[in-house]
Each structure stands twice: as C-alpha cells, then as structure tokens.
Unconditional design. Structure first.
Length: 165
C-alpha cells in the first residue's frame, strides 16, 4: 500500500474506491464537555477506533486506527535518531495524539490541549479529506478555503509538476 492509501472499514460496502474515502464538510457543535459529533456516515469507518492529533494547518487530524497504524509503520522505517526533521515530525504527531472510540451518540472528547491547538470553542467544521478527517475552527476553515479557491490554479500547477495530477 502507498503512503496515503485509504483504509476500508470492514463494515463498509466494497463498491469502489469512492466508498473508501472520507468526503464532505459538516458543521457541528462542541458541547460543554468538549465533545464533537462525528458525522453519521463516517462512524462505521471509525467504529474500530480512531486517533486524533494535531494537523499541519492548525486543524486536528482524525485517522481510523488501521490507517494510523500504517502511518506509524512508515515513521518507524524512517531514520528518527539521525534526522532532526523526522524526529520533530514524529514528536509533532505522536506526543499529543489520543486514541479513542466514539460514544453511542457518535461523539468523541477532544482534550483541552487539542481544542486549544485548533482554536476550537463551541463550533467545528468536520471535513472529509480522502483518508482522514480534519476538525477545524470555522473561521480558520473559511480563511483556508478562500485561500485554496484563490490559489487553486497555482497549487494544481505545482502538484502536476510532481506528476500527481
């Protein structure tokens, strides 16, 4: 499997690659206890567990447990002792990560330190991003989305140089 191969949850239909992906944007409240609701059609893919950690763009990343294990295996193959950047990235993702299961209502508790990192208060955007979810402060999401919409041609040209598109 490639570094970003999505993981198919056991109870999702094997209709095609689209069924394996997290797609869409959803607005949810964060309750007084710091819990956010996982959108209902993502719950089956996360029923076996998930890992929530800091994301690169000021959001939170939510990975299905099987996908997190794949990422962990990739990091394990990297020279963490001799490469400062690798050590720093491993530290960034792993030291503040939590593993959890959604409750019966599909909610997960976001610890205070993760809510503070992502500037989450009483509202959140939960966005499906292919193999994981991102949890955003709504204002930050709108700003980042506006930047993406403005720069999409430049971004697409840069990515196509890498032969991805």
């Amino acid at each position: 499997m490639g570094f970003l191969e999505p993981v198919l949850a056991p109870n999702r239909a094997r209709v095609g690659r689209l069924e394996q992906m997290f797609l869409g944007r959803f607005e949810h409240t964060i309750d007084d206890k710091g819990r956010v609701t996982i959108p209902s059609h993502f719950r089956a893919a996360l029923a076996a567990g998930m890992v929530i950690t800091r994301g690169i763009d000021g959001c939170l990343f939510v990975f299905p447990i099987a996908r997190w294990e794949q990422l962990s295996d990739k990091f394990e193959q990297m020279p963490t002792i001799t490469q400062e950047e690798t050590r720093s990235l491993v530290r960034f993702f792993f030291t503040e990560a939590i593993d959890c299961l959604p409750d019966k209502q599909g909610r997960v508790l976001l610890p205070t330190y993760l809510r503070q990192y992502a500037h989450l208060r009483d509202q959140a955007i939960v966005a499906g991003v292919r193999d994981h979810l991102e949890v955003w402060n709504p204002e930050a999401y709108e700003q980042d989305n506006a930047r993406l919409e403005k720069d999409v041609r430049t971004i697409a040209a840069a990515v196509s140089q890498q032969r991805v598109l």
